[in-house]
Design a binder for this molecule. Structure first.
Ligand code: PMP
Length: 428
């Protein structure tokens, strides 16, 4: 019998730690693409990207249990399971990356990336986008304006407008649009130089997930990377959301057509077990380690690595990247059909099983519909389907199911979206 006072007790014990939904959910069990509430209801999970190979995946559970009962110790001893995994991970990139540095969270990986860039580049200035989120340490909070309640200024950070094609900068298009975005970047670099701070690098999520998964002008990210390198900075690709096959490619930068110097990863890496990392070239990480002693108590211990290895096994053996492409395209096609009936659907974006649906009040003006998006998320929950919303205007329906999501689950999602939009339309 669930405790009727649990919300009040949670508030007392945890403070106003955020919760989803007007009526918060109490979950008691997960299995594959489904989560189960304490009310006995089953929910199709179209939100959680961390359990990428499915909630409570048996192979991951067994790997964790086996390793936990064998050995789990910090990284200053030799361990073949850790070396084997590092080699396997490095083999998943097209770019020649030579070394892995383990961390426990995406925030820590990005924090390390900033330290590396700032120690090895000519200056300390970091560029991020104006609606980025990269984590919760003091350093990465400075490059995470998405969750700042009011604009804040940090001397060693400049934000630039995130690139997009649905509401492009000053309504521009084509080469002129690309140049306008690049000009902002050049101005940020110049302002670091003028302030005597100098430039260290550009960090961005390879698919701009937190910005609302916008369509990116072709060629822009390769041109931006070239500009960053000409100025002596590092290109840091945050793959915490995009990595491990989510987009149908193993890494978001492979999809988006640019070559990073440092890649950070986390979230789905251990299917929920905390494990994260960054990878880079030997020249970079050797130079860093020559200046800094980096050690991290829990990072890269054997249980974390066992979980991560089982995730790679599942992605490979079950063809989950192919599945992500096939089912993701099917869901986008389903939304395109629904868009013929529902004006609220303004734009359908994404790749693989990362789907963003921009909700608008008016397709002509593209006026964002954040309230409708929020109501839709709550209606979908009532219909047994978990989603979220994200983006600059809080109006992008965020769909990121575990990669084991099949066509039958996609049909379940699309049915729930259709009935929820009907309800929304009936009482606007
Ligand atoms: N980078 C991105 C793009 C993220 O979305 C997040 C988390 N939402 C992070 C980094 C931080 O990861 P973590 O919560 O594991 O510290």
């Amino acid at each position: 019998m669930p405790d009727p006072n649990i919300l009040a007790r949670r508030l007392r014990a945890l403070g106003s730690s955020p919760l989803f939904y007007a009526e918060p959910l109490t979950l008691v069990r997960g299995d594959g693409v489904y989560l189960y509430g304490d009310d006995g209801r089953r929910y199709l999970d179209c939100y959680n990207n961390i359990p990428c190979v499915g909630h409570c995946n048996q192979r991951v559970v067994d790997a964790i249990a086996r390793q936990a009962s064998t050995l789990n110790v910090h990284s200053r001893y030799v361990s073949d399971i850790v070396v084997n995994y590092a080699e396997r991970l490095l083999g998943s990139f097209d770019t020649k990356f030579d070394q892995v540095m383990f961390t426990c969270s995406g925030s820590e990986a990005n924090d390390q990336a900033l330290r590396i860039a700032r120690l090895l580049a000519p200056g300390r200035g970091i560029i991020c986008t104006n609606f980025a989120y990269h984590g919760n340490t003091a350093a990465v909070d400075e490059i995470s304006p998405l969750f700042h309640h009011a604009p804040q200024h940090f001397a060693e950070v400049r934000t630039i407008t995130y690139p997009e094609m649905y509401r492009p900068l000053r309504g521009l298009s084509g080469e002129v649009l690309n140049q306008a975005y690049l000009n902002e970047m050049q101005a940020a670099i110049d302002s670091f130089d003028e302030a005597g701070i100098g430039f260290a690098g550009f960090i961005f999520c390879s698919v701009f997930a937190n910005e609302g998964l916008p369509a990116i002008p072709p060629g822009l990210l390769a041109a931006a990377s070239a500009l960053v390198r000409r100025a002596g900075g590092f290109v840091i690709s945050d793959e915490v959301q995009a990595g491990f096959g989510r987009t149908g490619k193993m890494w978001g930068h492979q999809l988006m057509g640019f070559t990073p110097d440092i890649v950070t990863m986390g979230k789905p890496m251990g299917n929920g077990y905390p494990v994260a990392a960054l990878v880079s070239r030997a020249d970079i990480l050797d130079a860093y380690r020559a200046k800094v002693f980096y050690f991290n108590t829990f990072a890269g211990a054997q249980v974390a690595v066992a979980a991560a290895g089982a995730v790679l096994d599942e992605i490979e053996d079950r063809g989950l990247m192919d599945n992500a492409r096939r089912v993701g395209d099917y869901i986008r096609a389903g939304f395109a059909r629904l868009a013929k009936r529902f004006e609220l659907i303004g734009d359908i974006r994404g790749a693989g099983l990362w789907i963003g649906v921009e909700m608008v009040r008016d397709r002509q003006t593209r006026a964002p519909a954040p309230d409708e998006a929020l109501r839709l998320v709550n209606l979908l929950k009532d219909a047994g389907c978990l989603t979220g919303r994200i983006g600059e205007h809080d109006n992008v329906l965020k769909i990121r199911p575990p990669l084991v999501c099949g066509i039958e689950h996609a049909d379940e999602l699309l049915g729930a979206v259709e009935s929820s939009l009907e309800k929304l339309q009936a009482s606007p």
